[in-house]
Design a protein around this ligand. Structure first.
Ligand SMILES: [Zn+2]
Ligand SMILES: [Zn+2]
Length: 309
C-alpha cells in the first residue's frame, strides 16, 4: 500500500497530521494530482473551533484552496496530462437542482466540497474529477496559485458590488481576504479606501497593499475619523470578518444608498442592527458565497499581477 502524509480532521477541534493511504484513480474521469501548495482559509479555522463555526465531516482531509500537478489520469480524461499544472474548483455541484439549473450553482444545496465532505488539499495527493480542474499558467508561483480559490470568491463579491471610481470604500478585517479585497478595489479604481482592523500588524499590511487609511475600530471612532479625514462616509462597506457586531458598525458607516457586502461567515455569530436605518437610508445588504464562475477571472488577474500590470 502506498501512503502519504495528510492533515485529517478528527472532529471536536482536532486536526492530526498522519500517514494515510495514498488515493488512487478509480473512475474514468478521476485525476490524481500531487498537491503543489494549499492555503489555510478562515473557514478551516472555524471548522476547528469548538463548537465549530463551520461544518466538516470528521475523518476528512481538510484544505479547499490548493493547486497541484497531474500525476495520473483516468481513461476518460481528455483535457489534462501528467505533469500539467492545475487548480481545483473546490465545490462539486449537483447540476440538477433548482439553483444549479438557474445560474446560481454556487448555492447548490447538494454540493460536495473538497476539504469538508471530500478529502481535500492538506495532503501530498488528492483525486479530483476532471470537471473540477482548470489549467494554471506555469508562470504563477506556488504561493499565488494556492490563492486562486479565495481570489475567485472575492471576484464573486466584486461583481455584486460593482465598485466605480466614484466610490469610497471601507473594509472590515485584514486577513488574507481583506487584503485581497484591497487589491481588487484598487484595480476597480475606487476613490478612497479605508480599512478597519484591530491588529497593528495587519493594519500595516493593509497600508502596504494600498489602503489610504487604517483604523483600529476597537479604540477609535471609525465614523468620526472618516468624517474628519474625508468629510464623508462610505458608498461601499465590506465585512470580511463575519462576527456579529461588525454588521452594526458597517451599517453605521454607509451613506444613503450605500451597499454592504458580508463576506466573512461564522455560524455562531449573531448581530443586532436597527432595521429602520436600512429603510431610511435605502441601504442594500448582500451576501457573497464562494466563487461563482469566477475561477477564470481569478486566474487572469493572477497572470496580470505576475506581469506587473
Ligand atoms: Zn476558503
Ligand atoms: Zn445543485
Amino acid at each position: 500500500m502506498s501512503t502519504m502524509l495528510a492533515a485529517v480532521f478528527e472532529g471536536n477541534g482536532v486536526l492530526n497530521v498522519k500517514t494515510v493511504e495514498k488515493p488512487r484513480v478509480t473512475k474514468p474521469d478521476d485525476v490524481l494530482i500531487r498537491v503543489g501548495a494549499a492555503s489555510i482559509c478562515g473557514s478551516d479555522l472555524h471548522v476547528l473551533h469548538v463548537p465549530p463555526g463551520q461544518h466538516a465531516d470528521p475523518g476528512v482531509i481538510l484544505g479547499h484552496e490548493f493547486f497541484g500537478f497531474v500525476e495520473e489520469t483516468g481513461s476518460a480524461v481528455t483535457r489534462f496530462r501528467p505533469g500539467g499544472k492545475v487548480v481545483v474548483d473546490n465545490i462539486m455541484k449537483c447540476h440538477t437542482c433548482a439553483y444549479c439549473t438557474t445560474g446560481m450553482d454556487n448555492l447548490c444545496p447538494n454540493a460536495v466540497i473538497f476539504g469538508q465532505q471530500r478529502n481535500g488539499g492538506f495532503a501530498q495527493y488528492c483525486v479530483v474529477p476532471e470537471a473540477q480542474l482548470m489549467d494554471m499558467p506555469e508562470a504563477i508561483p506556488s504561493y499565488l496559485a494556492a490563492m486562486t480559490e479565495p481570489l475567485a470568491c472575492v471576484m464573486n463579491a466584486m461583481r455584486k458590488l460593482n465598485p466605480t471610481p466614484a466610490d469610497t470604500v471601507a473594509i472590515f478585517g485584514m486577513g488574507p481576504i481583506g487584503l485581497t479585497f484591497i487589491r481588487a478595489m484598487k484595480l476597480y479604481g475606487v476613490r478612497r479606501l479605508a480599512v478597519c482592523e484591530m491588529s497593528a500588524v495587519r493594519r500595516q499590511k493593509a497600508l502596504e497593499c494600498g489602503a489610504d487609511l487604517a483604523i483600529d475600530p476597537a479604540r477609535e471612532d471609525v465614523q468620526a475619523i472618516l468624517l474628519r479625514e474625508w468629510g464623508e462616509t462610505c458608498d461601499i462597506v465590506v465585512d470580511a470578518v463575519g462576527v456579529g457586531p461588525v454588521f452594526g458598525q458597517a451599517v453605521g458607516l454607509l451613506k444613503c444608498g450605500g451597499r454592504l457586502l458580508i463576506f466573512g461567515q461564522n455560524a455562531n455569530a449573531v448581530s443586532q442592527v436597527p432595521p429602520a436605518v436600512i429603510v431610511r437610508n435605502e441601504l442594500t445588504v448582500m451576501g457573497s458565497y464562494c466563487a461563482h464562475n469566477t475561477f477564470p477571472l481569478a486566474i487572469k488577474l493572477l497572470e496580470k499581477s505576475r506581469a506587473g500590470a
